[in-house]
Design a protein around this ligand. Structure first.
Ligand code: FAD
Ligand code: DLZ
Ligand code: SF4
Length: 508
């Protein structure tokens, strides 16, 4: 009896678990561009184009390997526009009575497959170092799930940067060496830019016609759209970007979107690159003396540490996670996130870059747009929807723990031991934005004061009770409470003015 093998738009590798359970002589691969997947978040046009182009090219590669692929294009007349709908349609066409699917990294689709009238056998996604069982065993009985300890387990499990039972270089984490500032004039390693091939160009025409209203610029489009191109980007970055990766990992420079970041998140998350292969390549560069240990350790930690940990949290926390709101924040996402005018140079730069590239690096996401949303008390569900839509690498399993947990503290501290809030001083230290801003980063109150300064103390004041006993926040709360009451009053009044202007749709 024929079976259907579902391959989703972020499962584009022939090592995907469902294919491993299937038989090319007997089974039919189902792939589908569907309205439901383009509409569950306000996807950036570049993200949709990347997904469809990579899907079409992967389907062609599977056919060359001998698989039969039933592929639905978005504009096909008989397309049902949902993944379960396509499974039902293909089952009716072929007489299949079973679907094999690699579990999706999204609870919405996970439920859709569980409830599909055609029985779906979901198999675990094996593209990760830690299985669900591994993560659950590690998490079991722990009150706090901190990444650093999980990361050490992953180092031991993979043997990456290990000498026997000990970490290479005598320490697990070289983060202290990875907090440098970027300076204008430094030379970086921007990602390779791929000219769209005919398949990609056809998709670009489709996306231009169908998604013109979505936030984000479609062209120039330069992402890799197949495994060979993604590998070329990795090769390029290992030579030119990795040696300087750590040093400016947390830095921001106007006009430099990528600095020395790898720009591979979208390829890892879609299956075009394999995370362990990538780590082994980075380790090889260290062993061959082509990259310093601090950079290589910092990079490997992002992948087998943060990425694996975040994925573990997604499955461990369960379907309700993305709707948590521990701080009770309710403000609507301000228009500046959709490109509305702003006088804040840092916010303008990160949002414009996001609009143009469907990319921002970690500190831009965490300490500029994330920090502002948290300080302003924006509803975390709206923040989550924004991040899920606008970044090419965003899928719920990785986006939600980063946004709901790490950035918005909406899970009450499961992921982060303290909220990632900072005043303008942090952004000033790590970027060159403040020099061109119409606000003054050194000014604490008054009309010219940096909004991050005002909202920072307002946040601390609003949440003083909650954080008074948090070891990492207690001193800050005390700092607020010791402040002269008259000064407190001015700060709160100025912050209230900013928040009222945000609510009224005014320009901040
Ligand atoms: P690099 O800085 O070069 O890092 C290398 C790789 O490490 C990344 O490609 C990624 O695979 C991994 N990595 C690093 N940090 C993390 C992390 N915190 N979680 C998971 N993987 C990590 N990453 C996503 O892949 N998708 C998202 O939707 C996403 N949303 C985020 C939202 C917020 C608020 C924050 C603070 C971070 C988010 N991240 C997300 C993590 C990180 O910002 C991106 O992985 C990174 O910016 C991708 O760019 P890069 O490939 O150049 O990464
Ligand atoms: C991101 C995305 C988009 C925009 N479109 C599709 C699609 O049409 N078909 C598909 O199979 N996958 C798409 N994806 C990726 C999915 O959203 C992703 O597989 C699920 O959210 C599970 O993580
Ligand atoms: Fe951003 Fe404040 Fe600096 Fe302006 S002064 S760029 S708002 S941190």
């Amino acid at each position: 009896m024929v079976r259907l093998v579902l391959v989703l738009g972020d499962q584009l590798t022939d090592r995907i678990a469902a294919l491993g359970q299937a038989d090319p002589a007997r089974d039919i691969v189902v792939m589908a561009e569907v309205g439901a997947e383009t509409a569950y978040a306000p996807h950036h046009p570049k993200k949709i184009a990347y997904t469809f182009a990579a899907m079409r090219k992967f389907a062609a590669a599977l056919r060359e390997q001998g698989w039969r692929v039933a592929y639905a294009r978005l504009d096909d007349a008989d397309n049902t526009q949902s993944i379960p709908g396509e499974l039902i349609r293909r089952a009716a066409e072929t007489g299949a009575t079973e679907v094999i699917a690699t579990e999706p990294g999204d609870w919405r689709l996970w439920s859709g497959l569980r409830d599909c009238p055609v029985p779906v056998r979901m198999v675990e996604d094996t593209r990760f170092v830690a299985s669900h069982a591994d993560f659950n065993a590690w998490a079991s009985g722990k009150r706090a799930l901190r990444m650093e300890y999980f990361y050490r387990e992953m180092r031991r499990k993979t043997g990456l940067l290990m000498e026997g039972d000990d970490p290479v270089g005598g320490q697990w984490n070289f983060d202290a060496d990875n907090r440098g500032r970027a300076r204008p004039g430094m030379v970086f390693a921007p990602p390779l830019r791929f000219t769209p091939d005919p398949v990609t160009q056809e998709v670009l025409d489709l996306v231009a016609a169908r998604f013109a209203g979505n936030f984000g610029t479609l062209t120039p489009f330069w992402f890799a759209t197949d495994a060979t191109q993604a590998q070329a980007q990795l090769d390029h970055w290992l030579v030119f970007g990795l040696p300087g990766f750590g040093a400016v990992q947390d830095a921001m420079l106007a006009g430099e979107a990528f600095l020395n970041h790898a720009v591979i998140g979208l390829y890892l998350n879609s299956g075009l690159l394999d995370p362990l292969d990538v780590c082994h390549r980075a380790q090889d560069a260290y062993r061959a003396g082509r990259a310093p240990l601090a950079a290589v350790e910092g990079f490997i930690r992002q992948i087998i540490g943060w990425r694996e940990y975040i994925r573990g949290i997604h499955f461990h926390a369960g379907p309700g996670y993305a709707r948590q709101n521990a701080l009770g924040h309710t403000r609507a996402l301000p228009a500046v996130y959709w490109g509305g005018p702003t006088r804040m140079a840092c916010m303008a730069a990160v949002v414009a870059q996001t609009r143009d590239e469907a990319y921002a690096h970690h500190i831009q996401r965490l300490m500029v747009t994330g920090n502002f949303a948290l300080l302003a008390g924006v509803d975390p569900a709206q923040v989550h929807d924004w991040y899920l839509g606008v970044y090419a690498d965003a899928h719920e399993w990785v986006e939600a723990p980063n946004v709901i947990g790490m950035s918005q503290f909406a899970d009450g501290g499961l992921v982060a031991s303290k909220p990632y809030v900072a005043s303008g001083a942090y952004i000033h230290r790590m970027s060159d934005h403040c020099g061109t801003c119409s606000y003054k980063v050194a000014q604490k109150t008054g009309p010219g004061a940096c909004p991050f300064n005002l909202l920072y103390w307002d946040f601390v004041a609003r949440h003083a009770e909650r954080f008074r006993n948090n070891p990492r926040m207690a001193q800050i709360v005390r700092g607020w409470e010791r402040m002269d009451p008259a000064r407190q009053g001015v700060i709160r009044a100025d912050a209230a003015d900013i928040l009222a202007r945000l609510d009224a749709g005014g320009v901040i």
